[in-house]
Design a protein around this ligand. Sequence first.
Ligand code: P6P
Length: 352
Amino acid sequence: MTDSNNFPIPEQSLDRDCTTLSRHVLQQLHSFDADAQDLSAIMNRIALAGKLISRRLSRAELMANTLGFTGETNVQGESVKKMDIFANEVFISVFKQSGLVCRLASEEMEKPYYIPENCPIGRYTLLYDPIDGSSNVDINLSVGSIFSIRQQSGDDLTGEATDLLTQNGRQQLAAGYILYGPSTMLVYSLGQGVHSFILDPSLGEFILAQENIQMPDHGQIYSTNEGNFWQWDEAIRDYARYVHRHEGYTARYSGALVGDIHRILMQGGVFLYPGTIKNPEGKLRLLYETAPLAFLIEQAGGRASDGHTDILDLVAGKLHQRNPLIIGSKEDVQLVKSFIADREKRERDGEG
Ligand code: P6P
């Protein structure tokens, strides 16, 4: 093939530009059956949501009534940002006419949003954090959206989505995040590896960047809010003292989960949001934050634990269930867990 000046078009760049997200999903599933088409269409809708949110974020400072707080408090007891509401409504809007998902469960909504006309058809549930790290939005730092797709089991006649409280994270059909950074990146897995896509604004498409991302078994980075040191259990303090005293560790923390996790995925290391005196269960939510991220990180060769149990083995007791999170390279997660086990052994042996 040649271009208008009769120069050969590099095959790979054309192939690359044609490896869109929906095509990649079908390749991953090695199928074109109805279920595969549904998942491909769902991922395409998630990509559309990402494009709409990315566009708004890129011009937020120039648009009236876009930044800042709404004055409301959400089900988490957190002050709601205008971008939180916008992003939440984007996901609802792109899925409403899709015929794909029956329910959307979001950090921003106390109960799931039902799209009854889709329930007998799609019977998928989208769980999402529409804008994670929204405290960074007003200062133009990276934020993200996190998503998880589950198959609805049963008829959910109560409207309480209780079937979500019976499945562990290994039941997720797909999970991923959209990182709104210098470029807008979508990272996802269907359980067959972790793959990243970059939004090419000139095409309006997410184009395949990396396939089968694998994280190192160890990394230098530890990522946590050390301002909570005084609220941590002694075991986590023991870990913090260890990395302070040993060569080869460096702290990185942005206060926005998606960017911090993406750094760990790409460079190795460990992210921790342990329980604190204020939040003994930790701050992060299982169904639409830690479980989808654990799904990705395990697919990339890493580990994710609450300190005792793998995140993917946890079953939520309620829709907005929180859990402590230790996630990253397997050797680094194991090191944190060893401090927890040592401290518990000393307490059992009465060594205090
Ligand atoms: P802290 C943002 O509010 C968030 O949910 C995550 O994005 C982030 O990892 C965490 O909370 C930051 O919490 O207590 O360190 O400000």
